[in-house]
Design a protein around this ligand. Structure first.
Ligand SMILES: Cc1cc2nc3c(=O)[nH]c(=O)nc-3n(C[C@H](O)[C@H](O)[C@H](O)COP(=O)(O)OP(=O)(O)OC[C@H]3O[C@@H](n4cnc5c(N)ncnc54)[C@H](O)[C@@H]3O)c2cc1C
Length: 467
């Protein structure tokens, strides 16, 4: 059952979960499977069946608030490509929260098998050992590190069914959902929605990236300990799919790590969408880009994020504020839209124009963009890292750094405020737990879901339930 605020009279649940993303859903899954604790999940977004991003169909973002790509049942993962990274040290580091690495690996298996029970396909990518070794060797020769990884690919069209199935299972176990409802404040034993207080014995904050900045503010106010972490700033690269074909045969979402020549900085590829589409992401005061791939609808292109790690030390440590100001500047330069530039134009110090882009042989899959100059939008150090990194990557994937390659900006990954949690995923505010991307504890679907399971176990232990 989904509750609307007007119909919600009894304002008490044993566990209040903020966020119906993978972290919140898997936490509820674990609690409802192993205890009688009542669970209420609150999310400011819609049910998965009602989420619909116009960008996927029309290429135009109409600035939904909350954004359907980022918010709602299934979370940011709900409308994603649904690639499950089956490693505990990709998309986070689960072993930081478990006693052993084996425990972390088991958690990944648990999450994966729940996804399979709810319809994720059986096929696994990334097991071709001889080919993997060959690619790793070629990469190493170019000073690039290839990270082999097994993955399960659900696909954007099937993921909603998988999420609906998970939601139905939760509802059949008595878990309640309060959707289209924003949590305004977190208090020590309650949350405030629409000015009303909802009480919970335990609160689990799993607000994802859309709620990360809001949660950091709550943490500051409540005296929750946290630290700013590195962020990743860069671009979404789009190339003809044929360029990526040989690598995609080996790994569906190939991960390459590069140390750049000039600045000795860490740059990486992330979230590759073969024959996919670039999409716009809306935040409250800036826009960014991301990508997705579908099983049935395919483009001629492949896109991936190419990101430069930014860490700040004394006296300024607030990477989130820095990342937001970069993204705001890029949004300003783009006239409220993401920027698009051909790599050749960036190399030659020219802004791109639609005319030059149309002359190139890579047709952009996101058209609601402003052709421009990325070097006016991103810090010089990041732009240098992107240029040098792409040239190194070109030695592994020939063609990736051609003049026609398209770069969309900004792509900023915030994992900044890392909430300090103990082995139960409990913060220093008693009975307030945290999980997932919004607490800086994960960066992908599997890792966020696993931190949700760990938080659920922590809550049950605290409630005196033997698990
Ligand atoms: C376009 C896109 C593609 C992606 N593709 C992949 C992929 O293929 N594979 C992968 O592993 N990862 C992918 N990711 C990342 C992945 O989706 C996230 O890592 C994962 O969803 C994080 O889970 P979470 O539960 O921590 O947070 P989220 O999934 O972000 O969920 C948080 C939820 O909290 C809600 N919320 C936030 N603040 C409030 C509030 N104040 N009140 C009420 N509700 C609130 C939001 O509405 C949201 O639904 C992608 C992300 C995006 C945006």
């Amino acid at each position: 059952m989904t509750l609307g605020i007007k119909r919600w009279r009894v304002t008490l649940a044993d566990v209040l979960i903020i966020g119906a993303g993978p972290a919140g859903i898997f936490a509820a899954y674990e609690i409802s499977a192993k205890s009688d604790l009542s669970v209420l999940i609150i999310d400011k977004g819609k049910d998965i069946k009602d989420r619909m991003c116009p960008v996927a169909k029309t290429g135009k973002c109409i600035r939904c608030n909350p954004c359907d790509v980022m918010c709602g049942v299934g979370g940011a993962g709900g409308m994603s490509d649904g690639t499950l990274n089956l490693r505990h040290d990709v998309g986070g580091n689960l072993a930081e929260f478990t006693k052993t690495t084996a425990e972390a690996t088991n958690l990944v298996r648990e999450v994966d098998s729940i996804f399979q029970e709810h319809g994720a396909p059986k096929e696994i990518y990334g097991k071709n050992d001889a080919e993997t070794e060959k690619l790793a060797r070629k990469a190493a020769a170019a000073g690039v590190k290839f990270i082999p990884i097994t993955q399960r690919h659900i696909g954007s069209e099937y993921l909603p069914d998988v999420i609906s199935s998970l939601k139905r299972e939760l509802e059949s176990r008595g878990v309640k959902f309060m959707l289209r409802t924003e949590v305004e404040r977190i208090e020590k034993d309650s949350v405030i929605v629409h000015g009303k207080r909802l009480k919970g014995k335990f609160i689990l904050a799993a607000p994802g990236r859309a709620g990360a900045f809001w949660f950091a503010k709550q943490a500051q106010r409540l005296g929750i300990k946290f630290t700013h972490r590195a962020i990743d700033v860069g671009v979404r690269v789009e190339v003809p799919a044929v360029v990526m074909d040989p690598v995609i045969k080996i790994s569906r979402d190939p991960k390459f790590h590069i140390i750049t020549r000039t600045f000795d900085d860490f740059v990486r590829t992330f979230c590759t969408n073969h024959r996919g589409f670039v999409v716009e992401e809306q935040y409250d005061d800036f826009c960014g880009v991301n990508g997705h791939a579908m099983r049935t609808k395919r483009s001629e292109n492949t896109n991936f994020a190419f990101l430069s790690r930014v860490e700040l030390t004394q006296p300024v440590t607030d990477t989130t504020a820095y990342g937001r100001s970069i993204a705001r500047l890029a949004t300003t330069i783009g006239g409220g839209r993401p920027l698009l530039q051909r790599l050749g134009d960036l190399r030659h110090g020219k802004r791109s124009t639609w005319e030059r882009i149309e002359r190139g042989h890579v047709r952009p899959t996101l058209r609601s963009v402003t052709p421009g100059d990325i070097s006016m939008a991103l810090p010089g150090r990041v732009v240098t890292n992107i240029r040098e990194g792409l040239e190194q990557l070109d030695e592994v994937i020939p063609g990736v750094a051609s003049d026609a390659t398209l770069l969309y900006a900004p792509e900023v990954k915030f994992y900044a405020a890392r909430i300090y949690v103990d082995e139960n995923m409990e913060t220093n505010v008693p009975n307030l737990f945290a999980a997932g991307d919004g607490a800086g504890l994960s960066r992908d679907i599997v890792n966020s879901a696993a931190t949700g399971i760990l938080a659920a176990r922590g809550i049950m232990r605290k409630a005196g339930i033997g698990i």
